[in-house]
Design a protein around this ligand. Structure first.
Ligand code: GLY
Length: 576
């Protein structure tokens, strides 16, 4: 349970109690039934809300909503503002997913995941001995073709309302005029392991060895000029013209492989969201090349009707059952998930209730199934860290969730000279060598091998939950492979354990991803619980504290928007 709990003391044997004491305790008990006793209250607003991982960008979104923009307009403005204020993951040099559910009942998913360049090849990250190199993680060869600018443009063209130039204006201003560096940005920049390795990144983000102190103003003139070209010419101002020329000539000088043709040919793709049910809630979630939506629906399918929740939130019995559910899904992820435009993902088979029940049948409530003894299942139709998220709801009832990323914090570490933005290292999300772990320890298979034009499998899982046909919960997270299990647990904390959205986000989380065969636990799981998990056979991390994703959520209930901003980060829930 939530670690900051106090307790209401039960009357003690032998206590000399009187009627006042009994009355006081009865009053406390009554209060505890009305108000969840240990709840940290979410931010509440009546009309519209943005929850994002950086406060200035959240305020940009709020201003768009207040001035008549819809949730898509706000999502576009926040996406570009984060490029200026949150270089850790805010990006025009990366890619991501946007899911939207509109007040009229339509839903859409915009896939602007990076694509492998045309010159990419299956073994490009293997050395002569066949070992995986670090080239997929750092430097000029690590990047897929960026998708964010085309993705936000597609969302705006089809569903936005305000003029494009107005939505870019705050980002241009934040970059060009600057903003005071926060404590968390200052810490994050100076602790980056990659920025100092690349001259232009070192100059811009570390001031050549004089890192920004909190309160100093951070001005990015090259980025402002790049954003201005997008403001004036839309995505053409990024994928063609001066930005494209500078990017490609720097690639050529540094043995990178992205070409003008790759940039010109990049397209964002609109896809149908996945939809499923859990105890009367409708889950609208991310399809491949996200692996997350299938994961959420598979795991919910294994949990519903299992009685797992009877153990109570945070108990060893509950955590064990969750971990075994996670283990089974991640085994399937490794085998069957990839870019649906290149690999026939057996989505229907993986989500078939009979198949899901057959997977559940192998869960032993008292013992682990070692991952070495558990492979992927056999669904029908099969063929032989760091990111950011924001959630938005507008006054009309449109809901948008965006997760986008450079992959690792500060991506590949490369800033293109003259352009002021960092490039992604998303190529590491492919299986550089099927069967070998990637940056997140994920072991992946042929379905996610590198091919030119293919999009790497992602764990990003922006999701919208409906109740009675209306948006009830909007959420998502950064956190690599831990995104999917974090989104799942926040939903379960609300659906099954009665937490408010803030407590649901803050509660300690657990994560299992099949391989490595290790159960990761955040701080706040009690030592007694950990001992019971060990008894069931779990290998547990208890030496090194972990952070398992950072959720940004909005819950809509009783006429109020309630923002759950993850205390693991320094973001903001802003509403009116
Ligand atoms: N780059 C992390 C993910 O997409 O899963």
């Amino acid at each position: 349970m939530v670690s900051r709990c106090g307790t209401t003391a039960a009357p003690q044997v032998g206590t000399n109690y009187n009627i006042e004491t009994v009355r006081a305790q009865a009053a406390l008990l009554a209060l505890s039934l009305l108000v969840p006793v240990y709840a940290r209250q979410p931010v509440r607003a009546k009309h519209a809300m943005v929850v994002a991982q950086e406060p200035l960008a959240a305020d940009v979104g709020l201003a768009v909503l207040k001035s008549g923009g819809n949730a898509i307009d706000a999502a576009v403005a926040v996406g570009f503002a984060l490029e200026a204020t949150y270089p850790f993951a805010g990006n025009i040099g990366g890619g991501g997913f946007l899911i939207a559910r509109f007040a009229d009942g339509r839903a859409t998913f915009i896939d602007f995941r990076e694509a492998a360049p045309k010159a990419a090849s299956r073994n490009m990250y293997l050395d002569a001995a066949g070992n995986v190199t670090r080239d997929s993680i750092e430097g000029w060869r690590a990047s897929g073709v960026p998708g964010t600018v085309r993705g936000l443009e597609l969302a705006h063209k089809k569903y936005g309302r305000k003029p494009w130039a107005d939505l870019l204006a705050p980002a241009v201003e934040l970059a060009g005029k600057g903003f005071p560096v926060s404590w968390s940005l200052s810490e994050s920049l100076r602790s980056s392991p990659v920025l100092a390795k690349f001259d232009e990144s070192k100059r811009i983000f570390l001031r050549n060895g004089r890192p920004y102190e909190p309160g100093e103003v951070f001005v990015q003139p090259e980025l402002a000029a790049t954003l201005n070209r997008i403001r004036a010419r839309g995505s053409t101002g990024f994928y063609e013209g001066e930005t494209a020329r500078l990017l490609v000539s720097a690639m050529e000088r540094n043995h990178g492989i992205i070409t003008l043709e790759d940039l010109r040919n990049y397209r964002a793709v609109e896809r149908q969201p996945l939809q499923g049910k859990y105890k009367g809630y409708t889950i609208v979630t991310s399809p491949p090349p996200s692996s997350g939506g299938i994961g959420i629906l598979q795991m919910l399918g294994m949990l519903e009707g299992s009685g797992y929740e009877k153990g109570g939130a945070g108990s060893a019995a509950t955590i064990h059952y969750l971990a075994e559910t996670m283990r089974r899904y991640y085994a399937d992820r490794s085998e069957y998930l990839g870019d649906p435009d290149f690999y026939k993902v057996p989505t229907a088979g993986l989500l078939d209730p009979a198949y899901i029940l057959s997977r559940r049948a192998s869960i032993d409530p008292d013992h682990v199934t070692p991952s070495d003894q558990l492979g992927a299942g056999r669904p029908s139709g099969r063929e032989s860290t760091e990111t950011t998220h924001y959630s938005i709801v507008d006054a009309e009832g449109n809901a948008v969730a965006v997760t986008y990323t450079l992959n690792a914090g500060y991506g590949s570490g490369v800033t293109v000279p003259g352009l002021g933005f960092l490039m992604n290292d998303e190529m590491d999300d492919f299986a550089s060598k099927p069967g070998s772990p990637n940056m997140f320890g994920l072991v992946q298979g042929e379905s996610n091998a590198i091919q030119p034009g293919k999009r790497p499998l992602s764990s990003m899982t922006p999701t919208i939950v409906l109740r009675d046909g209306k948006p009830f919960l909007v959420l998502g997270a950064p956190g690599g492979s831990t995104i999917i299990t974090a989104v799942l647990q926040v939903m379960l904390n609300i659906f099954d354990f009665g937490m408010n959205v803030q407590d649901a986000v803050d509660a300690p989380r657990v994560h299992h991803q099949w391989k490595p065969d290790r159960l990761q636990l955040e701080r706040g799981i009690s030592p007694d619980t950990i001992a019971l998990l060990r008894q069931r056979g779990h290998a547990v991390n208890d030496s090194r504290p972990v952070v398992l994703a950072r959720i940004e959520a909005i819950l809509i209930d009783g006429g109020w928007l309630q923002g759950g901003q993850d205390g693991r980060g320094a973001g903001k829930a802003a509403g009116y």
